[in-house]
Design a protein around this ligand. Structure first.
Ligand code: BTN
Length: 269
């Protein structure tokens, strides 16, 4: 059983209603849950409509990319998952999530953010690409059947306030409040991220990713000209980042040729 939304959510959702379209018309809030991706997947399997949102104040089994734990303590973050069914937009949902978080957080709080390939949302550092601090992450999980794609659940975790991150993340993680030096409300961040996502989805549902890719590239300055080390199936390569292909692959110039990196870990030097 979901619970009433926190007080600051309703006015923020009302203020963005015209821009959000169907995103967030049906919102299910939990003070604490296992993983919002799991709850949204269950709802999707029971027929929940495109745009249904599950949001929580804490997760006991939050998960991230590459099988990692997503640290989700109470009072420190916003954990949300959105159900999508539009097959045309599906390949671009992860990229759209990153752009929507970067632009939505900036609209709600004034904090400028960047995107670090593949799709971490980060606060820019002053000492080059390795000094960026992670503020948010995106995890898209799809379900297909013999008839094709059934649904995609787009999970978004945003660090709102300071938390005792595990030691292996502490140096690379930050929060909106830590960066701004003041407290912020989660409701306007939630509503603005959904509104930005809805605006990005309109051309995507017609198969037009031009605006999304342009904005993604503008938010990812280090995807050109940075020294990177990447794990690939053929071994570790070192090179210089040389842009993003239209399918989201990172291009890396190494030894006179261009490698396409489609997944995995990249170290930015
Ligand atoms: C990453 O590794 O960067 C992706 C992190 C995604 C975390 C979010 S929090 C809401 C949703 N529920 C989960 O269990 N994971 C995603």
């Amino acid at each position: 059983m979901s619970e009433p939304l926190p007080q600051d959510f309703a006015p923020a959702l009302n203020a963005t209603a015209a821009r959000r379209g169907h995103l967030g018309c049906d919102v299910h809030y939990f003070t604490e849950t296992s993983s919002t991706n799991d709850i949204a997947t269950t709802y999707a399997e029971r027929g929940a409509a495109e745009g249904t949102v599950v949001v929580a104040g804490a997760q006991t089994s939050g998960r991230g990319r590459l099988g990692r734990v997503w640290h989700s303590p109470p009072g420190a973050g916003l954990y949300m998952s959105i159900v999508f069914r539009d097959v045309t937009a599906a390949p671009f949902l992860t990229l759209a999530g990153g752009v929507a978080v970067a632009d939505g957080v900036r609209a709600a709080t004034g904090l400028p953010l960047e995107i670090k390939w593949p799709n971490d949302v980060v606060a820019a550092g002053t000492a080059g690409p390795s000094s960026r601090r992670k503020i948010a992450g995106i995890l898209a999980e799809g379900s297909s059947s013999a008839e094709g794609l059934q649904h995609v659940v787009l999970g978004i975790g945003i660090n709102i306030g300071p938390a005792a991150y595990p030691i292996e993340f502490a140096a690379r993680a930050s929060s909106i409040e830590t960066e701004l030096g003041r407290t912020v409300d989660a409701g306007p961040i939630f509503a603005d991220v959904l509104a930005m996502l809805a605006e990005l989805l309109r051309p995507l549902s017609r198969g037009d990713a031009t605006a999304l890719l342009a904005r993604w590239r503008a938010l990812s300055p280090w995807t050109s000209g940075a020294t990177v080390e990447c794990e690939t199936p053929g071994g570790r390569i070192r090179g210089v980042s040389s842009g993003i292909a239209d399918d989201g692959a990172l291009l890396v110039r190494t030894g006179g040729k261009i490698e396409r990196i489609i997944a995995g870990e990249v170290l930015w030097k």
